[in-house]
Write a protein that binds this ligand. Structure first.
Ligand SMILES: [Zn+2]
Length: 321
Protein backbone atom coordinates (compact mmCIF):
# COMPACT_ATOMS: atom_id res chain seq x y z
CA UNK A 1 0.00 0.00 0.00
CA UNK A 2 1.32 3.43 -0.93
CA UNK A 3 0.83 6.86 0.59
CA UNK A 4 -1.11 8.69 -2.16
CA UNK A 5 -4.54 9.81 -0.97
CA UNK A 6 -7.67 9.74 -3.10
CA UNK A 7 -10.66 11.95 -2.28
CA UNK A 8 -14.14 11.83 -3.80
CA UNK A 9 -16.51 14.71 -3.04
CA UNK A 10 -20.11 14.12 -4.12
CA UNK A 11 -21.59 17.61 -4.18
CA UNK A 12 -24.92 18.96 -5.32
CA UNK A 13 -23.50 20.58 -8.46
CA UNK A 14 -20.34 18.57 -9.14
CA UNK A 15 -18.54 15.33 -8.47
CA UNK A 16 -14.88 16.13 -7.65
CA UNK A 17 -12.17 13.52 -7.47
CA UNK A 18 -8.53 14.23 -6.61
CA UNK A 19 -5.26 12.49 -5.92
CA UNK A 20 -3.18 14.02 -3.13
CA UNK A 21 0.21 13.59 -1.55
CA UNK A 22 0.34 12.37 2.05
CA UNK A 23 0.82 16.05 3.02
CA UNK A 24 -2.51 17.02 1.44
CA UNK A 25 -1.24 18.65 -1.76
CA UNK A 26 -3.45 18.01 -4.80
CA UNK A 27 -1.56 16.19 -7.58
CA UNK A 28 -4.44 15.86 -10.03
CA UNK A 29 -8.19 16.36 -10.07
CA UNK A 30 -11.23 15.96 -12.28
CA UNK A 31 -14.83 17.18 -12.20
CA UNK A 32 -18.13 15.92 -13.55
CA UNK A 33 -21.39 17.82 -13.43
CA UNK A 34 -23.76 15.15 -14.76
CA UNK A 35 -23.48 12.81 -11.77
CA UNK A 36 -26.85 13.86 -10.32
CA UNK A 37 -28.58 12.44 -13.41
CA UNK A 38 -27.04 9.01 -12.94
CA UNK A 39 -28.41 5.85 -11.34
CA UNK A 40 -26.74 4.39 -8.27
CA UNK A 41 -24.65 2.00 -10.42
CA UNK A 42 -23.93 4.78 -12.92
CA UNK A 43 -22.49 7.03 -10.21
CA UNK A 44 -20.41 4.21 -8.76
CA UNK A 45 -19.02 3.37 -12.22
CA UNK A 46 -18.24 7.07 -12.82
CA UNK A 47 -16.27 7.25 -9.55
CA UNK A 48 -14.32 4.05 -10.31
CA UNK A 49 -13.61 5.13 -13.90
CA UNK A 50 -12.31 8.56 -12.89
CA UNK A 51 -10.06 7.16 -10.15
CA UNK A 52 -8.51 4.69 -12.59
CA UNK A 53 -8.18 7.41 -15.25
CA UNK A 54 -6.29 9.70 -12.88
CA UNK A 55 -4.03 6.93 -11.61
CA UNK A 56 -3.12 6.05 -15.21
CA UNK A 57 -2.39 9.60 -16.36
CA UNK A 58 -0.10 10.12 -13.34
CA UNK A 59 1.76 6.83 -13.93
CA UNK A 60 0.38 5.45 -10.66
CA UNK A 61 -1.33 2.19 -9.80
CA UNK A 62 -3.76 1.22 -7.09
CA UNK A 63 -0.83 -0.03 -5.00
CA UNK A 64 0.34 3.61 -4.70
CA UNK A 65 -2.87 4.54 -2.85
CA UNK A 66 -3.26 4.43 0.93
CA UNK A 67 -7.04 4.53 0.60
CA UNK A 68 -10.07 6.14 -1.02
CA UNK A 69 -12.22 8.54 1.01
CA UNK A 70 -15.69 9.60 -0.13
CA UNK A 71 -17.61 12.57 1.29
CA UNK A 72 -21.31 13.00 0.59
CA UNK A 73 -23.89 15.46 1.94
CA UNK A 74 -26.74 13.95 3.92
CA UNK A 75 -27.14 11.28 6.54
CA UNK A 76 -24.47 8.60 6.20
CA UNK A 77 -24.29 5.42 8.27
CA UNK A 78 -20.53 5.22 8.71
CA UNK A 79 -20.44 1.67 10.11
CA UNK A 80 -21.61 0.03 6.89
CA UNK A 81 -20.93 2.87 4.43
CA UNK A 82 -24.56 3.44 3.49
CA UNK A 83 -26.20 6.64 2.28
CA UNK A 84 -29.30 6.84 4.51
CA UNK A 85 -30.63 10.01 2.83
CA UNK A 86 -29.10 12.72 0.67
CA UNK A 87 -30.79 15.67 -0.99
CA UNK A 88 -28.07 15.82 -3.66
CA UNK A 89 -28.85 12.46 -5.24
CA UNK A 90 -32.43 11.46 -5.87
CA UNK A 91 -33.39 7.84 -5.10
CA UNK A 92 -30.21 7.01 -3.20
CA UNK A 93 -31.90 6.12 0.09
CA UNK A 94 -30.22 3.16 1.78
CA UNK A 95 -27.60 2.78 -0.97
CA UNK A 96 -24.43 0.89 0.09
CA UNK A 97 -22.05 3.13 -1.87
CA UNK A 98 -18.90 2.20 0.04
CA UNK A 99 -19.35 -1.55 -0.56
CA UNK A 100 -20.02 -0.99 -4.26
CA UNK A 101 -16.83 1.05 -4.73
CA UNK A 102 -14.85 -1.32 -2.49
CA UNK A 103 -15.68 -4.28 -4.80
CA UNK A 104 -13.22 -2.90 -7.37
CA UNK A 105 -10.38 -1.77 -5.08
CA UNK A 106 -8.20 -3.59 -2.58
CA UNK A 107 -7.27 -0.42 -0.63
CA UNK A 108 -9.71 0.65 2.12
CA UNK A 109 -12.69 2.75 1.00
CA UNK A 110 -14.30 5.10 3.55
CA UNK A 111 -17.65 6.91 3.18
CA UNK A 112 -18.70 9.73 5.49
CA UNK A 113 -20.80 12.86 5.65
CA UNK A 114 -19.15 15.76 3.78
CA UNK A 115 -18.98 18.03 6.85
CA UNK A 116 -17.29 15.25 8.84
CA UNK A 117 -14.80 14.87 6.00
CA UNK A 118 -14.15 18.65 5.93
CA UNK A 119 -13.63 18.65 9.71
CA UNK A 120 -11.04 15.90 9.46
CA UNK A 121 -9.35 17.66 6.55
CA UNK A 122 -8.98 20.82 8.67
CA UNK A 123 -7.53 18.73 11.51
CA UNK A 124 -4.93 17.11 9.26
CA UNK A 125 -4.11 19.82 6.73
CA UNK A 126 -5.78 23.07 7.75
CA UNK A 127 -6.67 25.32 10.69
CA UNK A 128 -6.95 22.36 13.09
CA UNK A 129 -3.32 21.21 12.83
CA UNK A 130 -1.87 20.83 16.32
CA UNK A 131 -5.28 20.54 17.99
CA UNK A 132 -6.88 17.35 19.36
CA UNK A 133 -10.44 18.52 20.04
CA UNK A 134 -12.25 20.75 17.60
CA UNK A 135 -15.54 21.38 15.88
CA UNK A 136 -15.82 22.41 12.23
CA UNK A 137 -18.90 24.39 11.19
CA UNK A 138 -19.69 25.18 7.57
CA UNK A 139 -22.08 28.08 6.98
CA UNK A 140 -23.33 28.29 3.41
CA UNK A 141 -26.71 27.41 1.86
CA UNK A 142 -27.09 25.07 4.86
CA UNK A 143 -25.12 24.49 8.06
CA UNK A 144 -23.11 21.31 8.60
CA UNK A 145 -20.57 20.34 11.22
CA UNK A 146 -18.04 17.71 12.21
CA UNK A 147 -16.83 16.93 15.73
CA UNK A 148 -13.25 15.84 16.47
CA UNK A 149 -12.59 14.33 19.89
CA UNK A 150 -9.07 13.11 20.72
CA UNK A 151 -8.03 13.27 17.05
CA UNK A 152 -10.95 11.15 15.84
CA UNK A 153 -14.31 12.02 14.37
CA UNK A 154 -17.17 11.59 16.80
CA UNK A 155 -20.06 10.12 14.81
CA UNK A 156 -22.65 9.04 17.38
CA UNK A 157 -24.62 5.80 17.26
CA UNK A 158 -25.76 6.08 13.62
CA UNK A 159 -23.08 8.34 12.22
CA UNK A 160 -25.16 11.51 12.21
CA UNK A 161 -23.60 13.35 15.18
CA UNK A 162 -22.80 17.01 14.61
CA UNK A 163 -26.06 18.03 12.94
CA UNK A 164 -25.92 21.37 14.75
CA UNK A 165 -27.76 22.96 11.84
CA UNK A 166 -30.90 21.24 13.14
CA UNK A 167 -30.56 22.38 16.75
CA UNK A 168 -33.52 24.64 17.47
CA UNK A 169 -32.37 28.13 18.29
CA UNK A 170 -35.52 30.25 17.76
CA UNK A 171 -38.63 28.18 18.66
CA UNK A 172 -41.02 31.04 17.80
CA UNK A 173 -39.58 31.51 14.32
CA UNK A 174 -41.77 31.26 11.21
CA UNK A 175 -38.81 29.87 9.27
CA UNK A 176 -39.26 26.19 8.43
CA UNK A 177 -36.13 24.07 8.06
CA UNK A 178 -35.53 21.33 5.48
CA UNK A 179 -36.17 18.88 8.34
CA UNK A 180 -39.69 20.25 8.81
CA UNK A 181 -39.08 21.90 12.20
CA UNK A 182 -39.25 25.64 12.76
CA UNK A 183 -36.40 27.75 14.11
CA UNK A 184 -33.45 25.40 13.46
CA UNK A 185 -30.08 27.16 13.38
CA UNK A 186 -29.80 26.58 9.64
CA UNK A 187 -33.34 27.78 9.03
CA UNK A 188 -32.58 31.19 10.58
CA UNK A 189 -28.87 31.67 9.95
CA UNK A 190 -27.64 30.60 6.54
CA UNK A 191 -28.34 30.91 2.83
CA UNK A 192 -31.78 29.34 2.99
CA UNK A 193 -33.05 32.12 5.31
CA UNK A 194 -31.94 35.00 3.10
CA UNK A 195 -34.93 35.28 0.72
CA UNK A 196 -37.32 35.49 3.70
CA UNK A 197 -35.16 37.89 5.73
CA UNK A 198 -34.58 40.29 2.84
CA UNK A 199 -38.26 40.44 1.86
CA UNK A 200 -39.30 40.89 5.50
CA UNK A 201 -37.12 43.97 5.80
CA UNK A 202 -38.51 45.42 2.56
CA UNK A 203 -42.06 44.88 3.91
CA UNK A 204 -41.04 46.73 7.08
CA UNK A 205 -40.31 49.72 4.83
CA UNK A 206 -36.54 49.52 4.84
CA UNK A 207 -34.73 50.74 1.74
CA UNK A 208 -32.07 48.74 -0.07
CA UNK A 209 -29.20 50.15 -2.11
CA UNK A 210 -29.10 46.92 -4.15
CA UNK A 211 -30.28 47.53 -7.69
CA UNK A 212 -32.66 44.59 -8.13
CA UNK A 213 -34.97 44.39 -11.21
CA UNK A 214 -38.68 44.97 -10.57
CA UNK A 215 -39.48 41.36 -11.50
CA UNK A 216 -36.68 39.94 -9.35
CA UNK A 217 -37.35 36.41 -8.09
CA UNK A 218 -36.67 36.75 -4.35
CA UNK A 219 -36.53 32.99 -3.89
CA UNK A 220 -33.11 33.29 -5.60
CA UNK A 221 -31.80 35.92 -3.18
CA UNK A 222 -28.50 34.54 -1.91
CA UNK A 223 -25.32 35.22 0.03
CA UNK A 224 -23.56 36.70 -3.01
CA UNK A 225 -26.16 39.50 -3.14
CA UNK A 226 -25.63 40.21 0.56
CA UNK A 227 -21.88 40.40 -0.16
CA UNK A 228 -22.56 42.91 -2.96
CA UNK A 229 -24.82 44.84 -0.60
CA UNK A 230 -22.11 44.96 2.07
CA UNK A 231 -19.63 46.31 -0.47
CA UNK A 232 -21.91 49.25 -1.39
CA UNK A 233 -23.05 50.01 2.16
CA UNK A 234 -26.57 48.58 1.85
CA UNK A 235 -28.23 48.89 5.28
CA UNK A 236 -30.50 45.82 4.85
CA UNK A 237 -27.54 43.62 3.89
CA UNK A 238 -25.64 44.83 6.94
CA UNK A 239 -28.58 44.11 9.27
CA UNK A 240 -28.95 40.58 7.85
CA UNK A 241 -25.17 39.98 8.13
CA UNK A 242 -25.19 41.05 11.79
CA UNK A 243 -28.31 39.01 12.64
CA UNK A 244 -26.87 35.93 10.94
CA UNK A 245 -23.55 36.42 12.77
CA UNK A 246 -25.40 36.65 16.08
CA UNK A 247 -27.25 33.38 15.44
CA UNK A 248 -24.06 31.57 14.40
CA UNK A 249 -22.37 32.95 17.55
CA UNK A 250 -25.22 31.56 19.69
CA UNK A 251 -24.91 28.24 17.85
CA UNK A 252 -21.19 28.11 18.65
CA UNK A 253 -21.93 28.95 22.28
CA UNK A 254 -24.29 25.95 22.46
CA UNK A 255 -21.60 23.74 20.92
CA UNK A 256 -19.09 25.09 23.46
CA UNK A 257 -21.37 24.21 26.37
CA UNK A 258 -21.97 20.69 25.02
CA UNK A 259 -18.43 19.76 23.99
CA UNK A 260 -15.89 22.23 25.43
CA UNK A 261 -13.61 22.01 22.35
CA UNK A 262 -10.20 23.68 22.04
CA UNK A 263 -11.05 25.16 18.66
CA UNK A 264 -13.97 26.04 16.39
CA UNK A 265 -13.15 26.22 12.66
CA UNK A 266 -15.60 28.08 10.42
CA UNK A 267 -15.96 27.40 6.71
CA UNK A 268 -18.55 27.86 3.99
CA UNK A 269 -19.51 30.53 1.49
CA UNK A 270 -21.01 33.04 3.93
CA UNK A 271 -17.57 33.59 5.51
CA UNK A 272 -16.85 35.66 2.38
CA UNK A 273 -19.05 38.34 3.97
CA UNK A 274 -15.87 39.57 5.63
CA UNK A 275 -14.31 40.57 8.92
CA UNK A 276 -17.41 42.26 10.41
CA UNK A 277 -19.34 38.99 10.05
CA UNK A 278 -16.56 37.01 11.75
CA UNK A 279 -16.27 39.63 14.48
CA UNK A 280 -20.04 39.49 15.16
CA UNK A 281 -19.86 35.68 15.47
CA UNK A 282 -16.88 35.92 17.82
CA UNK A 283 -18.21 38.76 19.98
CA UNK A 284 -21.58 37.02 20.42
CA UNK A 285 -19.87 33.80 21.45
CA UNK A 286 -17.31 35.36 23.81
CA UNK A 287 -19.98 37.60 25.44
CA UNK A 288 -22.15 34.55 26.16
CA UNK A 289 -19.28 32.34 27.34
CA UNK A 290 -17.82 35.08 29.60
CA UNK A 291 -16.28 33.63 32.78
CA UNK A 292 -17.52 30.10 31.93
CA UNK A 293 -14.62 29.71 29.52
CA UNK A 294 -11.85 28.47 31.79
CA UNK A 295 -9.48 27.68 28.90
CA UNK A 296 -9.54 29.89 25.83
CA UNK A 297 -11.54 28.52 22.89
CA UNK A 298 -10.12 29.71 19.59
CA UNK A 299 -12.31 30.52 16.58
CA UNK A 300 -10.52 30.28 13.23
CA UNK A 301 -11.52 30.40 9.58
CA UNK A 302 -10.94 27.32 7.38
CA UNK A 303 -7.43 27.28 5.91
CA UNK A 304 -8.36 24.84 3.16
CA UNK A 305 -11.19 26.87 1.64
CA UNK A 306 -12.91 25.88 -1.62
CA UNK A 307 -11.09 22.53 -1.88
CA UNK A 308 -12.17 21.45 1.60
CA UNK A 309 -14.68 18.89 0.23
CA UNK A 310 -12.25 16.82 -1.79
CA UNK A 311 -9.26 17.31 0.54
CA UNK A 312 -11.46 16.39 3.51
CA UNK A 313 -12.70 13.26 1.74
CA UNK A 314 -9.11 12.22 0.99
CA UNK A 315 -8.08 12.80 4.61
CA UNK A 316 -10.61 10.18 5.81
CA UNK A 317 -8.07 7.49 4.88
CA UNK A 318 -5.77 8.90 7.56
CA UNK A 319 -8.20 8.41 10.44
CA UNK A 320 -7.04 5.69 12.78
CA UNK A 321 -10.22 3.78 13.57
ZN1 LIG B 1 -33.77 21.45 10.87
Amino acid sequence: MGNILCGVDIGGTKLSIALLTAEGRIIDRCFDCDHVTKSECGLTDQIKYNIRLMLKRNNLTESDLSGIGIGCAGHIRFSDGTIITTSNLKGFKGYPLRADVQKDFSVPVTLDNDANAMAFGELKFGAGRGFNNMVFLTVSSGIGAGIIIDNKLYRGITGTAGEFGHTIIEPGSELVCTCGNKGCLMAVACGMALPYLFQKKLKEGKITKLNLPSDFDYSKFDGKLIKQGLEIGDPISREIMLETGRYVGIGIYNIFQALNPQLIVLGGGLLSWGDDFLEKIKSTFYDLARDMMFDHVDIKVSEIGPDSGVIGAASLSLEIC
